[in-house]
Design a protein around this ligand. Structure first.
Ligand code: PYL
Length: 273
């Protein structure tokens, strides 16, 4: 996934209410219900207020994204979890977190973002949680995906996981990417997936689109009434695109909500190694 910037997350916490209203209007789900549906759990299987989430800022690679950890904390709180950000970073922050005896620890470097459930000894991964969550959102907005033609734009880690999950929902899946080797690698892994070599033509031909790429989607290519579920950043859809299509996007909250619920769910499932 493309790395977020401070601008992507600086207003995230205060916009959670607006995101929830949008999800309720277009998917009929709250953020929490959508997250639970994404990970396949009953919403009341766990009582989130009985869980504490620690978020540890990590300075490796390109370093801290200002307000990233605070946004993760606030998304967890929105779901009913107790949550805090450690004052220290990295291993010192990890140690500080442990002293508070949390149930789940969130940490992200430039490649991986995990929510580790200490009791269950199992972590949820933002890449896969995001894929599940955006498919759940598309499925809810499109009133099921069985037998429907769905295009995945972007054949990276998220796009490839989306292909697997969409096939499990009996959708007709086409994948496209400017790097055709990546698209054909997904088809090799999942032979039922079709490859569209012309990205723009594929977008013009599909009503249901999962955008798992940082690529800009031209407004003129978007079908009237299309539904585009789009975790990708940067998010470059203009106002005209938003009039033509239902565009489901937020830079972090939908994916984090799914990984938080999934991680807590491991306790309910009694995951014991
Ligand atoms: C998890 C996000 C979603 C999209 N891209 C992913 C990303 O930006 N990853 C990098 C996160 C770095 C966080 C930094 C910090 O502030 O702790 N290490």
């Amino acid at each position: 996934m493309t790395r977020l910037t401070h601008d992507d997350v600086k207003d995230l916490s205060e916009n959670l209410g607006a995101l929830e209203d949008f999800l309720l209007k277009h998917t009929g789900r709250t953020l929490k219900k959508l997250a639970c549906e994404a990970v396949g759990m009953w919403e009341y299987a766990i009582d989130t207020k009985e869980y504490t989430c620690a978020v540890v800022p990590v300075t490796t690679g390109e370093g801290i994204i200002s307000n990233f950890s605070e946004s993760v904390r606030d998304i967890c709180k929105w779901l009913g979890f107790e949550a805090f950000v450690t004052t220290k970073t990295d291993i010192s922050g990890f140690r500080e977190a442990l002293e508070q005896k949390p149930n789940i620890i969130f940490m992200a470097d430039d490649v991986e973002f995990l929510a580790y459930n200490i009791e269950a000894k199992k972590a949820s991964n933002n890449t896969f949680s995001t894929a599940k969550a955006y498919i759940a959102a598309l499925s809810a907005a499109a009133d099921m995906l069985i037998g429907k033609d769905v295009l995945i734009v972007g054949a990276g880690r998220v796009g490839s996981e989306m292909a697997r999950l969409l096939l499990a929902k009996s959708a007709n899946v086409t994948v496209t990417d400017i790097d055709l080797d990546k698209a054909y690698a997904v088809q090799k892994a999942y032979p039922r997936v079709k490859v569209a070599e012309d990205v723009r033509e594929a977008i013009r031909a599909h009503k249901y689109i999962l955008n798992a790429s940082p690529a800009h989607i031209e407004t003129e290519d978007i079908q009237e009434g299309a539904i585009i579920s789009s975790p990708g950043v940067p998010h470059t859809f203009d106002e005209e695109a938003k009039k033509k299509a239902l565009i489901i996007h937020d830079p972090l909250a939908i994916g984090v909500a799914a990984m938080a619920m999934e991680s807590a769910y491991y306790s309910y499932l009694g995951c014991r190694k």
